[in-house]
Write a protein that binds this ligand. Sequence first.
Ligand SMILES: Cc1ncc(COP(=O)(O)O)c(C=O)c1O
Length: 371
Amino acid sequence: MEMEGHHMGEPQRVLSSEYMEWAKTRAHARFNLATSGVTPYPMRELGVTLDDIDLSGSSLYGYEPLQRALAAKCGVSVDSVVAAVGTSLANHLAMAAVLEPGDQVVMEHPVYEPLLSLARYLGAEVTRFERRPEAGFRIEPREVARVVSSRTRLIVISNLHNPSGALTDEPTLLALRDIARDARARVQVDEVYLETLWAYPTRSAFHLGGEFIVTGSLTKAYGLSGLRCGWILAEPELARKIWRLSDLFTVIPAHAAERLSVVALGQLGRISEGARTLVERNRALLARFLDSRPDLQVMRPGFGTVVFPRWAGGDTGRLCDLLRTKYETTVVPGRFFGLTDHFRIGIGGETDMLSAGLERLAAALDDPAAR
Ligand SMILES: Cc1ncc(COP(=O)(O)O)c(C=O)c1O
């Protein structure tokens, strides 16, 4: 099954996300390796008191303390920051602010499906460029340039790449910037997983030129999904346009969440330490598992929270179903990313759970019923 495909002549407008529905109704399991973020951070460790939060406050075009905290975290000026409900709404607002129906969007394949559905929902015509498994899912600027046209308004990538975890380096981002500049387009970079580099010295693509619109959140790297603390980085004029557009959606966010986000942003160093220690420990476990599996071909990014192996057994749909029903374990079937013989493993969960899940995954891979 090709989840992502649509046929010429069919309306492109999409009103749902198959992946999201699956994630909400089928991904849960005793051994859940389908999540891509770090295990939830306990609220009690934030040390908040009722004095730290409130139900209402002065939040109009942003809550100033949160705006300042996000700007400081990202190393940008406050007028380039638009707070949004998670990277999800950030992606929506960013795309909706620059696209008109019929515009061309150039998007990576494989891709995080909601990005694709969102562009189609907005009436864009989506053209894909390949990030090839055999090339470590690297972005080849030549491949991008080949599909960009005078109708292209937006090039969309994720960095780190979901599903593979591949990092796109600055020379490649600069090449994308130049392609976009020539086409009078912009580059939207979903950096929600760039946060999982924690200690590595990385900077947002935003710093590489006004062509970039960046989205991110505290969701994945810090176990803080529940805060829905997301942001867009855009040059100030576009940022203002996005704020105005946000009036059509959320008007203002939940203030208690804004206040908690300020508290969390003040503790990110400490929260990162725990997350990094967990994921590095888990990466060693994953490496041992992958070493033992000649039937899995995989690019090991060395950072991030996901890997995306190709299975020699072919279509992973049956494997993933069996893994879930017989082995109480979930991974994400590759069909949701448009590569049916792959699946995604997340390593941000508790180590004991991951360890047991990988054992069960090995058993399922060896189970004749999986093919
Ligand atoms: C690439 C990418 N962007 C955005 C999101 C959603 O982020 P948030 O939960 O902050 O809305 C995800 C979640 O899986 C993702 O993988």
